[in-house]
Design a protein around this ligand. Structure first.
Ligand SMILES: [Zn+2]
Length: 630
């Protein structure tokens, strides 16, 4: 689907050319060219034709029904139309459409056949000048964005959404392309005794009647639409920061994330003012498939980052950084995902360096480098094109592009540019980039033009960076910056000594190590480490009962490879409780690779009903789970 012309002569608000650009006759021709280029961006994962008619504001009126596992809603959109507009097209997936009206008049609509991943186009006839479209609909009980967590014991039921990449269309009919932005307000009815929260201005107290209203004045793309409903409490941890969590976790969460405001100040210090007023964090049930999701104003996070010692806050730094890279300057299509994630990992590292010191941030960088090299190897075997920064996801689930490439290859590319031009110039450039493209979309091609005109205008710098190899080429170019961490090197030496029998288990400096060092030790154990050696480590250092989920994960993965059975009980409990894909994939893969498929399938059969669709999508493929049982 091509987005070509864009509102010639219409001075409305659109993502891709700011009013100042489109109305300012004096804009530089280079800038005008970039704007024109953006108007021709094609998003293969959306049916919307925003050049013809696009949404600008959503008024959402919905009620959430846990019994039928559905959301009943009326989505009323303010729209803008081109001079010759005949229709407005929405993305939907498994929605039942009850009726549609345009400017208050009921109209005939067309709901196309469902295609894999992208769902059905909802086409509504409009005439030029039409102002408002209302769609009355119900979501399906199996809607891919939604996870309905059942009540258990004294735990109330919980609902959360995960809209990225193209799942918003399973709970709201919407122009579901990251290049289309809209503001919104909402009224949501939920069962009494539960709180509703969105990526918007949020309540701080339970309402008596289960009715909540929301307002989001900054325009966002559909993938940042979010809703959560549960029995949660609110606790302020700073002037602009608070945590939301269930009663059993609220104290722990408030302690764990007490430094959020400090991270926010550090981020603003680096790259300019925070644009979204508040930065709050919602702790979700463990079934949440990701570490975090940068829903504006309210990051959604997994409880697995609550370690009791604030050791896993880098995840918050990451989601916070998205408030600039991603939420403010947004990848125009999912092929440009690295523009969201690579920039965010870079920014995250800079926040970590500013708050916790370079020692810590370099350990993190070293660990990402290790992960990246492994991922490049794994992906190169399957589909080398997926190691390019610029992806080609047409006809595929955009979720396929969510690998370490966008994140860590992206990070090292930015780090290379920083090294090439110097930190001072790089930082000034990046602040400028966030300011110039705030609330707009950015695609790779236009970004390359921008880079060549700004940061890499100097021929020598451009040559040194080898831009095309990084962006349009496979693997990791050999000018990838080297990272080194003396602390990680000491861990590696200690591990070598232990494996050679020169260092006794009791002499390992386990208690002096921070979690990154423990993680490095465990994740680099030889595959053929014997169960006896594992038992020795466990007996001396109690590793199998650690409260840090990153350490536990590395331990369990090795336990599988070593067939260290005493950990299997905890492994099963973990996989049933936790739905975070970053942990699930390597653990199930380890079982598969070590011929323990019976155990994998047995655990997966029990755990699968509790997982979100983005996790089952990956695990079904990994374990050849029969689709019919879905
Ligand atoms: Zn991210």
């Amino acid at each position: 689907m091509t987005v070509a012309l864009l509102f010639a002569g219409c001075a409305g608000n659109h993502d891709s050319s700011s009013p100042s650009e489109s109305n300012d006759a004096g804009a530089s021709s280079a800038k005008a060219q970039r704007v024109r280029a953006m108007n021709q961006v094609t998003d293969h994962h959306s049916y919307a034709r925003p050049a013809e008619a696009r949404i600008t504001h959503l008024n959402w009126n919905a009620s959430v029904d846990f019994d039928s596992r559905t959301i009943q809603g009326v989505a009323t959109y303010d729209i803008e139309t081109a001079e010759d507009a005949q229709r407005i097209v929405f993305d939907t997936h498994d929605l039942t459409i009850h009726g549609v009206s345009v400017d208050g008049q009921s109209v005939e609509f067309n709901l196309g056949d469902a295609q894999p991943f992208i769902g059905s186009a909802l086409t509504i006839p409009v005439t030029p000048g039409a102002k408002q479209v209302a769609i009355d609909y119900t979501s399906s009980p199996g809607a891919n964005a939604l996870l309905w967590v059942e009540a258990q014991g004294d735990r109330a039921p919980f609902l959360f959404t995960q809209s990225q990449a193209i799942l918003a269309r399973t709970w709201v009919p919407v122009q579901d392309s990251p290049g289309v932005r809209f503001s919104y307000d909402a009224t949501v009815q939920v069962p009494e005794g539960l709180m509703a929260m969105m990526s918007a201005e949020n309540p701080t107290e339970m309402s008596a009647d289960g009715r909540y209203t929301f307002r989001m004045i900054q325009p966002i793309p559909a993938y940042l639409l979010a809703l959560a409903v549960g029995q949660v409490e609110y606790r302020s941890v700073g002037d602009r920061c608070a945590v939301y969590a269930t009663p059993d976790l609220i104290d722990k969460a408030a302690y764990e994330f007490a430094e959020m405001e400090q991270l926010l100040l550090a981020a603003e210090d680096l790259y300019g003012p925070y644009a979204w007023e508040r930065y709050d964090l919602l702790i979700l049930p463990a079934a949440f498939p990701f570490g975090g999701m940068e829903n504006p104003r309210l990051t959604f996070a997994t409880p697995t980052i609550i370690a009791g010692d604030r050791s896993l806050v880098s995840l918050v730094a990451h989601e916070l950084a998205h408030s600039w890279s991603g939420n403010l300057v947004t990848n125009a299509t999912w092929d440009d995902f690295w523009l969201n994630e690579g920039f965010t990992v870079y920014f995250e590292q800079r926040i970590m360096e500013a708050v916790y010191g370079r020692d810590v941030s370099e350990m993190l960088a070293t660990l990402s480098y290790q992960g990246l090299v492994d991922e490049v190897d794994a992906i190169s075997d399957l589909n080398p094109d997926d190691t390019h920064l610029k992806l080609h996801l047409q006809g595929r689930d955009p979720d396929d592009g969510m690998t370490a490439i966008a994140y860590d290859k992206g990070y090292f590319f930015l780090r290379l540019m920083e090294n090439t031009v110097g930190r001072e110039r790089f930082d000034a450039w990046l602040s400028n980039y966030f300011e110039e493209y705030a609330f707009k979309g950015m695609d790779t091609e236009r970004f390359v033009v921008y880079l060549k005109e700004t940061l890499l205008a100097d021929e020598a710098d451009l040559t040194a960076v080898r831009l095309d190899e990084w962006i349009y080429g496979p693997g990791l170019p050999d000018n990838c910056p080297q990272v080194s961490s003396a602390r990680i090197e000491r861990v590696d030496a200690t591990l070598a000594g232990w494996e050679a029998g020169d260092i006794a288990t009791a002499d390992l400096p386990w208690n002096e190590w921070v979690y990154q060092e423990r993680y490095r030790f465990l994740s680099n154990l030889a595959d053929d480490t014997t169960p006896e050696r594992m038992a020795d480590l466990d007996a001396v250092w109690g590793i199998g009962s650690t409260g840090n989920n990153e350490v536990l994960f590395a331990w369990m993965e090795q336990a599988i490879r070593s067939r260290y059975a005493p950990t299997y009980g905890r492994l099963e409990a973990f996989l049933i409780e936790v739905g975070r894909r970053k942990f699930l994939t390597p653990l199930y893969r380890a079982m598969k690779e070590t011929d323990q498929m019976d155990m994998a399938l047995d655990i997966y059969g029990k755990a699968r009903p509790g997982y979100h669709s983005v996790a089952t999508g990956t695990m079904d493929a990994l374990l050849d789970w029969p689709a019919s049982e879905g």
